[in-house]
Design a protein around this ligand. Structure first.
Ligand SMILES: [Zn+2]
Length: 456
């Protein structure tokens, strides 16, 4: 199916304009300019708009419509730094079209997602004079790529009593075979750093006969946290894990792609004990995990150096299941280390802001979305209970009470955060078409619902 070429051309122009603004939040660069452009686009599309300060970048809010149903759309206009620059085929802040793809920093994450929805919105609204029969709140932030430091605070302040039905998440995925994936959840995150210091300065390694070694201490401490199957050994760690709901279990019973595909794609070889072709997808969706993302200390240069290092650092990140609170997990980790005699290992919490969430796909809007995605992408949508990754979705799910709905155009070769970030033009058009009909279908359903007699 095709969208009118004028509409697609306009969407490409919008995307080119946004990509040309190097809104790199890590450097605090061009954020106000990009916020102004986003506000202008929302204003032109018929929204009442506002901007609010954030810690680094402003929040842009567009609102329209009124009714018993509330849709929140969440996007972001900031991007990751463009380096390494020499690996880009074309300059990162110029949208370029090659071989059916559009390239540029933010082409997918998240400017392309934002623009495709906005183009869909314009197409839906063209010729409709009536007020939207539901409330639509569009929130576009400028700090997502640096961890959304002020998003939760902003939402609490600006929308203290607002309830919402659906939160259309900032992105959705399209797999290698062109199947759209609807994300219904995310894992939480706890990132920490362990440090062990055993002397004032590095010592002659002969003193290893009497003094302990900080890297041995850390290796022992870290290996006491997990077994070979990936099961985390911290006492109480699993107490608050929300077990997968029956509907989530059903959705993972048959993995939508074979494990070999993932292995071929990533080059990943060694599986955790107990992970195999039938269980890997459940693990990706539901299992918390503990990753050592760095282990530093001592001499790493050429040749040998007989030194007894005085300090070492291990960096860890946990992906958490819904129900687990990262702050509580950090406390349990501390208690576990103390109990095993690692009181000298210092624990620093780096990130404990993101809680895991999982929404019920039985929501009518999810079914409508799935059917429309199938129509536009020509393949049945995969409904995935949870991403294996994390996103700051809990304020939307817990505070607004919204069902999470992640659908969009981020394909599995989109090179997010990397050189040659791209989207596929055909999928861009599909997403515009999907968005237009999704906005319309929600109006239809909501309009009908509000005319039905209520039983309460
Ligand atoms: Zn990103």
């Amino acid at each position: 199916m095709r969208m009118p070429s004028e509409l697609v051309a306009e969407a490409k122009r919008n995307l080119a304009d946004l990509v040309s603004i190097p809104s790199v939040s890590a450097r605090g660069q061009s954020l106000d300019a990009c916020a102004d452009k986003v506000e202008e686009l929302l204003l032109e599309a018929g929204f009442e708009t506002e901007q609010h300060p954030g810690d680094v970048g402003r929040f842009v809010v567009g609102e329209t419509g009124e009714g018993p149903f509330t849709l929140i759309i969440y996007n972001h206009y900031d991007v990751q730094p463009e380096d390494p620059l020499d690996l880009w085929t074309d300059p990162p802040f110029v949208l370029s079209e090659r071989g059916g793809r559009l390239y540029g920093r933010g082409a997918a994450d998240d400017k392309g997602e934002f623009v495709s929805r906005l183009a869909g919105w314009r197409s839906f609204r063209a010729g409709h004079a009536w007020p939207l029969p539901y409330r639509l709140i569009w929130i576009v932030e400028g700090e997502e790529e640096i961890g959304s430091p002020s998003l939760t605070r902003f939402l609490q302040k600006r929308f203290p009593d607002t309830k919402a039905d659906l939160c259309w998440w900032e992105y959705g995925e399209v797999d290698r075979t062109g199947r759209p994936i609807i994300l219904m959840g995310f894992k939480g995150v706890l990132a920490v750093e362990l440090e062990c210091r055993t002397a004032r300065a590095d010592l002659h390694s002969s003193l290893g006969a009497i003094f302990d070694n900080p890297l041995w201490r850390l290796a022992s401490a870290v290996s006491a946290l997990r077994d070979a199957s990936g099961r985390i050994l911290i006492e109480g760690f699993y107490d608050d894990v929300m077990p997968p709901e029956p509907y989530s279990r059903d959705l993972t019973a048959a993995p939508p792609f074979p494990l070999e595909d993932l292995q071929a794609e990533t080059g990943g070889r060694r599986l955790l004990e107990g992970v195999d072709a039938t269980t890997f997808y459940e693990h990706l969706n539901f299992e918390p995990c503990l990753n050592v993302n760095g282990f530093h200390g001592g001499y790493g240069g050429e040749g040998a150096k007989t030194v007894l290092p005085c300090t070492g650092v291990a960096k860890l990140d946990f992906r958490l299941a819904p129900g687990q609170n990262p702050v509580r997990i950090a406390e349990l980790l501390r208690a576990h280390l103390d109990k095993l005699g690692f009181g000298d290992v210092e624990l620093r919490v780096l990130d404990a802001e993101v809680l895991g969430v999982r929404s019920d796909p039985a929501h009518a809007a999810v079914g409508i979305g799935a059917a429309l995605l199938e129509k536009w992408f020509g393949r049945p949508a995969i409904i995935q209970p949870s991403s294996a990754a994390s996103g700051l979705a809990h304020p939307f799910v817990h505070m607004f009470g919204a069902t999470l709905f992640g659908a969009g155009l981020t394909h599995h070769g989109a090179m997010l955060h990397s050189p040659d970030e791209n989207i596929i033009v055909e999928q861009f058009e599909n997403t515009i078409g999907f968005s237009a009909e999704f906005f319309a279908a929600l109006a239809d359903v909501v309009g009908k619902q509000s005319q039905e007699p209520r039983n309460d």
